[in-house]
Design a protein. Structure first.
Length: 283
């Protein structure tokens, strides 16, 4: 039987509506949640992501500031801008779109953002909080993937979850969040020897490798929940995930499409983290 398709667009709309209620409640108390997004340089994909973040703020009635700096901006100038926004009471969430140009140390940038405004959840203090189960800002993409599992009624406790990919933005935090919900977690990479041996044993399979269609239907356990975090552009211009959707959907119990799966959830959870940061600041 073909898998149930997890409709990220519909779930994102529902989740955003829930957070809009919380944002409106704060506004009624005189606090408008505010997000500042800094972009350095002209990377076309980053510009689209940033424009979508600013647009989502407008849709939820949040205040946003879009700071576009030229590619030759010095590290010192960027750090000074971050310090200014850290001190700005109208700004509750602050992020610098990655990657930054090579002459800027991205670690320094991440650590310069106030941990109380770090809505990406990338600051070491927030990474540590996630590790110890005292999460403050769950990183947006894995947070969105967890929300898709929850909204689809897919239980996590006691399940074998396999995460393919070990990035700081997706793979590692995803594994920690699944572990926190009492899954048995295996972390693989695109280089894992006999990867299929692991993926075929996954009740929940999360793939975030950046390699188009690398997980095929024969690597999926019948009935598994498959969460595809990849977004790749093929030579013909079409988008595809890290999972071969057509073969995997014949085996899986649930599967996220690309586009329209995890993608719409990432910015939704950024809005959630921004509203939450504002709630903390207001209380
Ligand atoms: N670049 C790709 N994904 C992300 C993200 O989630 N946050 C930031 N700041 N940059 C990114």
């Amino acid at each position: 039987m073909a898998a149930q398709i997890i409709d990220g667009k519909t779930i994102a709309r529902q989740v955003r509506a829930e957070w809009k209620v919380r944002a409106d409640a704060l506004k009624a108390r005189g606090v408008t949640p505010g997000l500042a997004v800094i972009i350095v340089g002209e990377d076309p994909a980053s510009r689209v992501y940033v424009a979508n973040k600013v647009k989502a703020c407008a849709e939820l009635g949040l205040h946003s500031e879009h700071i576009a700096l030229p590619a030759d901006t010095s590290e010192a100038t960027l750090l000074a801008k971050i310090a200014e926004l850290n001190a700005n009471p109208k700004i509750h969430g602050l992020l610098v779109q990655l990657p930054v140009p090579k002459h800027i140390d991205s670690n320094k940038v991440t650590e310069a953002i106030s941990p109380d405004k770090d809505v990406d959840g990338f600051h070491q203090m927030n990474v540590g909080a996630l590790v110890t189960g005292n999460t403050r800002f769950p990183p947006c993409t894995p947070y969105g993937a967890m929300k898709l599992l929850e909204e689809s009624g897919i239980g996590i406790e006691g399940k074998h979850a396999v995460v393919v990919g070990r990035s700081n933005i997706v793979g590692k935090p995803m594994a920690l969040m699944l572990l926190q919900q009492n899954a048995t977690v295996t972390i693989c990479t695109s280089k894992t020897a006999d990867l299929a041996k692991f993926t075929r044993d996954a009740d929940i399979l999360v793939v975030a490798t950046g390699k188009p269609k690398m997980v095929t239907g024969d690597m999926v356990k019948p009935g598994a929940a498959v969460i595809d975090v990849g977004i790749n552009r093929l030579p013909d211009g079409k988008l595809c995930g890290d999972v071969d959707f057509d073969s995997a959907k014949e085996v899986a119990g649930w599967i996220t499409p690309v586009p329209g799966g995890v993608g719409p959830m990432t910015i939704t959870m950024l809005m959630a983290n921004t509203v939450q940061a504002a709630e903390r600041a207001a209380n």
